[in-house]
Every structure is written in structure tokens, then in C-alpha cells.
Write a protein that binds this ligand. Sequence first.
Ligand SMILES: [Zn+2]
Length: 465
Amino acid sequence: MISRPPKIVKGVPLFPTGAEKEIITVMKKDVSQKPHKNPSHKSAAPAPADEARENDHKELGQQLDLFAFSDLVGPGLPLWTPKGTILRNLLDDFVWELRKVRGYEKVEIPHITKKDLYEKSGHWDKFKDDLFRIKTREGHEFAMKPMNCPHHTQIYARRPWSYRELPQRYANSTMCYRDEQTGELNGLSRTRAFTQDDAHVFCRMNQAQREFLKIWDIVYEFYGAFGFNLRVRFSRHDPQHPEKYLGDKTKWATAENILGQIIKTKGADTFEGIGEAAFYGPKLDFMAKDSLGREWQVATIQLDVNMPDRFDLTCVNEKGEQERIVMIHAAIMGSIERFLSIMIEHFAGVFPLWLAPVQAVVIPVSEKFAGYAAKVFESIRESNIRVEIRDANDTLGKRIREAEVQKVPYVLVVGEKEENNNTVSVRHYQRGSADAKAMVDKQDGETTLKTLVEKIGKEIAEKVI
Ligand SMILES: [Zn+2]
């Protein structure tokens, strides 16, 4: 699946007599405001700088209460609030759903290692400036892991494998640590602690192409679900600088040839990046264009013929011989933090319903209807929808504004008429402004709870954007 056209779920509100005037004023304010860019307002041209600033993930992250930084914890170390954690977990679960059906298994590893592992992998030398080092009380040198591949090789290396048992596919979303310079840190885009949605496939060379194609499909399905358009960079080694890479020429040629075949098979929008390969192998880098017309490098699939050499990873083939295997590195989001920085700006904080930390808010027009509001709240919550209730301590207008600032997709207002009819009046955030005219049409916004819950449930299940 390449991309999905945005589907529109109609939600036209009804507001009960008495509160009507106040609400219409709130809505009119909304209409006059410049709408945030989101994927339903696609533009081909790059966005003006002020629009990018308006969508800045650092500001939106604070406004939507997704993450925080603390001077005591230190720069580049984001802390995740309950709402931000919901987002992270949903994205990670989505990647896992796509992997699980393709035969991946979850693994787990410690966040530190002895120096020996990175000396053997080559990272101690290549990564020495970025490593957070630890010295134990007994004087042993350890490091915080800046990546997961070397640890994963040791899971594979725990026992001998027959060719019949391959591929082994290990998935592991886990935090990594890099000693970035303070001046280079930037919100969630560049951090010292970040979570890789990592996976490594251990397979024979003749299985690599099939495994690459599977990961390719995961990438397109994942990014397509958010309306990102992708193109692919074929990142090759630079023949002028062989000293930058591990392994011999023949292995690089074989590996690059396999990637070239894959690109041909898929017939995708591709360009070459000479010198963009990882130091251990060539890769396919997926570039996503966001709603502001900016392009980001997101997912990456790397074919590694060198690390299996260094760690002597083999399988026993049909002839009973030890055969060298290959390793595929396959992060889909790359870093969840960085992906979120892109996604928050892409959607201007107006997340698709399935991702919204709060999906609906119930607002009684006055204290008198608090009982009915609580009943509505309970029955929505029982349907597994993330819902909040705003009691009547503040004015109705203020409570609706608050829900809007939080960009809650569904605002459900209840008053006398709704209680009598056993209904709610629905206002949908994204379509609220555009449908302002329809909002005065009182009949259409009133919905039975059953219809609403079914509609929301369907929208979540289909991951509508
Ligand atoms: Zn890796």
C-alpha cells in the first residue's frame, strides 16, 4: 500500500438552546483563525518559514503536554508524559503489528556492554567520540549502547543454526545513547537518549532479497498510513575512500548488486547517494515528504556482510558445512523521538483519531447535566475510547476552547435536549472550522451514543487520517 486518501468522517454539532450563542461565538473565532497545516491541506511548494515555526514540535509538544526536559536530568534527555507515552506506544505497536505477521520475534537486551563487544564490532573505534563510557568500581570499561546490532549478534551466536531455521528475525524497541554535543541538540530531532524501533534479520545471502522486500512493504504500509510520500535513496560506498568502510571489494559489490535488484523489482522513485553507505554495508534510505513540503530521511534498510564476519556468524548448510550468513538492519521509524518530531509538525499536532492521546471529551453545558455527562463518559470509556470529562466549574466556552487547544478530535456537548433524547452533540476538531456553516444546523450534530461509538471505533480501526 503506498498511500491512503484521507477519509472524511462527518461530524456536525448541535448545541442546546441557551448555550448556543456562546458556542457559535467560539466557533466564529475559530473560523477567523488561520488553520494549521495538516495533511488534508496538501501543498507541493515548500512552506514559508512562519508556517514551519507555527508547527514547531517543541512548542506543540508543550502545548499538548507530550514531553518535557528537566535541567536536573540534562539537555537532550526528553522525559515522556502520560500523553506522550500513549503516542510512543501506539506507534511502536503499529510497527510491531506489521512485523509480527512477517515472522519477527521480540528480543530484549541490557543498555550497557563491556568494551570488548564494540572492539570486536568496530564501533569502539568508529564511534569513540559518541560513546558514553562507564568505568566499574573494579576498573572494567563499559559503554552505554549507541546502537543494538552488536548485542543482537550475541543472541544469534548463542547456539548453532541449521539453514532450515533461518531467517532469524529479532525485533527490539529500545533506548540508545549518544554523546551529542550540547550545541547540536534540538528538541526531539537530536537527543542524547532515543528509542530505536530496531530489528535485525540473520539470514543466508540468498534469502536477503526476500527479507528486504518484506521490510520494504512494512515501510510503505507504515508511512502510507500517515500520508507521507516516499522516495528511496540507494546509499552506496564511495570507491574513492575505501578506508571509510569495513570489508573487501567483492562483498561490497555483491551487497550493492542485491540492493540494485530490489530497486528494480519495486520500480520505485529512487536516486543514488554515493558515499552515503554505512561503514559496514550499503543501504536503502527512505525519504518522506511532509505536509509542509519538507523531506526527511526516515526508515533505513541495511545489508551488512561485515558484522557477521567479525562475529563469525554462520549456519550449517545443506552440505553440512559452516556457511557465513548476512545481517539486515531494519529500523522503520529509526528513532521514535525523531519520527515524532516530524509527525507532530506534519500533523500540526492534530493527530489522526487512532493516535490522539485524548480521543473525545464530554462537556456538560451546566452542573445540572453532570450526571448525564458522567453516564456518557462511562459508556464511551467502556468502549475502549480514550475519553475525558470537563466538569462545569468554568464557562462552557472556556471548556470548549481548552479542548480545542488540546486538539481533542471529538468534543461532545450534553445538555437538556441530549439528556431527554439520550444523545450527544458532536463537534469534530479538524472539520469544525470548515463545517462552521453546517454547525448552525442543529439537527445533524445530535447523535445517539451507539452511532457515535460505532463511528469512532471504525475510524480508529481503519487508522483514518
Ligand atoms: Zn543494526
